[in-house]
Design a protein around this ligand. Structure first.
Ligand code: ADP
Length: 593
C-alpha cells in the first residue's frame, strides 16, 4: 500500500518541479545563512575588540576634554592683571612685597573661578631679582583672597621643575602655544599650566593649577564611563566591567593594594581587563581597562553563531514541515476529487442495474408473456426487491447529503434491538433470497435492554452492514447477526465469511467515498458512502462502530449502542429498562436532534 502511494505520488509531474525547487531554495538559504554566520563569527571578536578599544579611547578623550576646557577657562588670566617693569619682568624687592603687589589683581581673577578639580591656583613670574632659570611662584590664598608666597608648600618642587623651561621662554621673549598643558611627571603633584601672553604673543607669565586626584577618581571619570557604556554597548552594557587602575598598568598584574581605584562592579574580584588605555593630560599614571564579565569575545561570537544557526535550522525545519503538510493536503484534495469522480460513475451504475431489471420484468408482465402464476409472483418479487434496492441507494445518498450539510436530524425513541434487526433483515430479504444468502439471527437468551434510537436511521445502518456483507461475501453465503448486551452497551454484530478487509484498510473504509481498491472489490459496485453513513448514525447515538476482519476470512462489523439510562419510570432492572415481550415501549421517549 505504501509502495502504491509512493508510486502515485511519483506520477504527479508537478511534484517533480515543486519539491526540488523548494529543497534547493531551502538549501541555498541555509548555506548562505551558514556562511554569513561563519564570517560573522570570525569578524565579531575583532569587531567587539574594536568597539571596546573605541570605547576606551572615547572615555579617556572625554575626560581630557573636561580638564582642558576647564583649564582654558580658569587659567585664562589676562596679561593686564600683572604689572610688568619690562615685558616678562616683574618688579621685586627683598621681602617680595613688590612682586606680590604686581600680581595682586590675579587673585581677583582666580576668585571668580569655580573648578572642583583644582586644589590650588598659582601664577609664575620672572622678577628683577631672579637670575638664571629662576622665577617666583605665588599661590592664590582663598582665605585672604590674595596672592601669597608659600615656599614650604609640598607642591613647590614639582612646580619649580615644571616652570623652569617656561622661565627660559619668558626671558627669551619666546612665542609659544597659547593652550594649556599638563605636567604630570610627579605623581604626587599633577599640574595644568597655561602661558599668559601679551599682544605680541610673547609669553610673559604662567598661570597654573594643582590637580585634585580624588576629584578625578570619584567625580570626573565614573559618569563618563557609565554614559559611554550605554552608547557603545547598548544591549550588553551589563556584561561589561570597566575599571580604572592606578600604577604600573602596562603589567598584566599589579598586586599593589589599591591599584584599582574604580570599578563598575566592585564585587568582581581577580578580574583582568582584556584591553587597557592610558589616561592622559595630567593623569598618565592611570589606565582604563575593560573586559566582558561572562566570556571573552571569541566565546561570545561562538554562542552567537550557535544561537543563530539553531534559529536557522528551526526555520528550515518548519519550512520543510509546512511544505510536507501542503503537499499532503494537496494530495488528499486530489484523492478526494478522484474519489468523487469515481463516486458519480459508481452511483450511476448502482441506479442503472436495478432500473434495468425493473424495466425488463415490467415489460414482460405488461406484454402478458408470462402466464404462469408462480412466475408472475417471482417476477413481481424481483421488481419489488430491485425497487427496495433503489430506495436504499437513494436514501443513502440523501442521508449523506444531509449529513454533509449538517441538516441530518434524529428523532430518538426507545426501541427493541430485535425489532431493529428484524426490520433490517426484512429490508434485505428479497435480495438475499435472490442471491442465495442465508441471514441467521442468533437471539440472545436473556432480554436485552431497550436502546434509545432513531429507528429509521439505525435500521438503515444495519441494512447497510447487511448489504455489504452480501456484496463482499464472495462464495460464502452465510451471514450471521448476533445481539448481546455487555458492559452497558447493546451490541449488534454482522458477520460474513467473504473477502475480508486488509488491516491497513480497516480505518479508511469509514471515510466518505473510500473503497478498497485491490482484490475482488473491483468487481463489486458501490458508492463508498455506506460505512461513512453508518459511522455517522452510530456516533450520533453516542455509540461506535468497530470492525474485525482478516483478508480472505470474512469480516464482523459491530454496532455498540449505550443502554438507555433509567429515567424514573416503571422498570425492572436498575440503570436500564427492559422492553416487554409484547414490544410496547415505556412512555419516556425523548426527541433529540
Ligand atoms: P461501498 O458502497 O463501496 O460498499 P462502503 O462505505 O459501504 O461503500 O464500504 C467501503 C468499502 O469497505 C467497500 O468498498 C469495501 O471495500 C469495504 N467493505 C465494506 N464492508 C465489507 C465487508 N463486509 N467485507 C469486505 N469489505 C468490505
Amino acid at each position: 500500500m505504501a509502495a502504491d502511494r509512493i508510486k502515485n505520488l511519483l506520477r504527479k509531474r508537478w511534484l517533480w518541479v515543486a519539491v526540488p525547487v523548494a529543497l534547493v531554495s531551502l538549501a541555498m538559504i541555509f548555506i548562505a545563512q551558514y556562511r554569513s554566520l561563519r564570517t560573522l563569527e570570525q569578524t565579531l571578536p575583532a569587531y567587539r575588540r574594536e568597539t571596546m578599544s573605541q570605547y576606551l579611547k572615547e572615555v579617556t578623550y572625554n575626560v581630557v576634554e573636561i580638564y582642558s576646557k576647564n583649564s582654558e577657562r580658569v587659567l585664562a588670566v589676562p596679561p593686564s592683571a600683572i604689572t610688568f617693569v619690562k615685558p616678562g619682568i616683574v618688579a621685586n624687592n627683598a621681602d617680595g612685597s613688590a612682586c606680590q603687589q604686581a600680581v595682586a589683581p590675579v587673585a581677583a581673577f582666580f576668585k571668580q573661578q569655580e573648578f572642583a578639580g583644582a586644589k590650588r591656583y598659582f601664577v609664575a613670574v620672572v622678577t628683577e631679582r631672579n637670575s638664571g632659570s629662576g622665577g617666583e611662584i605665588l599661590f592664590y590664598d582663598p582665605a585672604k583672597q590674595t596672592m601669597v608666597f608659600d615656599p614650604k608648600a609640598p607642591e613647590m618642587r614639582a612646580i619649580n621643575v615644571a616652570m623652569a623651561p617656561y622661565f627660559v621662554y619668558i626671558r627669551a621673549g619666546a612665542m609659544i602655544m597659547l593652550s594649556s598643558n599638563a605636567v604630570d611627571r610627579d605623581p604626587n603633584t599633577r599640574l595644568l599650566v597655561k602661558p599668559i601672553v601679551n599682544q605680541e604673543k610673547n609669553v610673559i607669565a604662567i598661570a597654573g593649577l594643582v590637580l585634585d586626584p580624588k576629584w578625578f577618581e570619584e567625580q570626573a571619570v565614573p559618569p563618563v564611563i557609565h554614559d559611554n557604556l550605554k552608547k557603545f554597548f547598548p544591549t550588553e552594557f551589563n556584561d561589561a566591567v570597566v575599571v580604572v587602575q592606578y600604577g604600573d598598568f602596562m603589567k598584566e598584574e599589579n598586586p599593589k593594594e589599591g591599584w584599582r581605584v574604580f570599578s563598575t562592579d566592585p564585587t568582581v574580584k581577580g578580574f583582568m581587563p582584556e584591553l587597557k588605555w592610558r589616561f592622559d593630560f595630567g593623569f598618565r599614571h592611570y589606565a582604563l581597562g575593560i573586559a566582558m564579565r561572562s566570556e571573552n569575545a571569541a566565546q561570545w561570537a561562538r554562542r552567537y553563531f550557535i544561537f543563530n544557526l539553531s534559529l536557522t535550522i528551526i526555520g528550515a525545519l518548519s519550512l520543510l514541515a509546512t511544505l510536507y503538510l501542503g503537499l499532503r493536503t494537496a494530495t488528499r484534495e486530489m484523492k478526494l476529487l478522484q474519489m468523487k469522480t469515481d463516486f458519480v460513475a459508481n452511483v450511476s451504475h448502482e441506479l442503472r442495474t436495478p432500473l434495468a431489471s425493473i424495466r425488463v420484468f415490467g415489460e414482460m408482465l405488461k406484454l402478458g408473456r408470462v402466464k404462469d402464476q408462480e412466475k408472475m409472483r417471482e417476477y413481481g418479487g424481483y421488481i419489488e426487491t430491485q425497487g427496495r434496492r433503489l430506495t436504499q441507494v437513494i436514501n443513502n445518498i440523501l442521508d449523506f447529503s444531509r449529513i454533509e450539510s449538517g441538516k441530518k436530524e434524529y428523532n430518538f425513541g426507545p426501541a427493541d434491538a430485535r425489532e431493529l434487526i428484524a426490520d433490517a433483515i426484512e429490508a434485505t430479504k428479497g435480495r438475499a433470497n435472490q442471491s442465495g444468502h442465508a441471514i441467521r439471527f442468533s437471539q440472545p437468551d436473556k432480554a436485552v435492554p431497550a436502546i434509545s434510537v432513531d429507528f429509521e436511521s439505525m435500521s438503515l445502518a444495519l441494512t447497510n452492514l447487511l448489504d455489504n456483507a452480501m456484496k463482499y461475501s464472495g462464495e460464502a453465503k452465510e451471514i450471521e447477526i448476533r445481539l448481546e448486551q455487555k458492559d452497558g452497551f447493546v451490541r449488534m454484530a454482522v458477520t460474513d465469511h467473504g473477502i475480508g478487509i486488509p488491516r491497513e484498510e480497516q480505518k479508511k473504509i469509514f471515510e466518505k467515498f473510500y473503497r478498497v481498491s485491490t482484490g475482488l472489490v473491483h468487481d463489486v459496485k458501490g458508492s463508498g458512502l455506506g460505512l461513512s453513513i453508518v459511522q455517522h448514525i452510530v456516533e450520533a447515538h453516542g455509540g461506535r462502530i468497530t470492525v474485525e476482519s482478516e483478508a480472505g476470512q470474512g469480516s464482523t462489523f459491530t454496532i455498540h449502542l449505550p443502554v438507555q439510562e433509567e429515567r424514573g419510570t416503571t422498570n425492572e432492572e436498575k440503570g436500564s429498562f427492559v422492553v416487554p415481550p409484547s414490544g410496547g415501549f415505556p412512555a419516556n421517549a425523548g426527541t433529540t436532534n
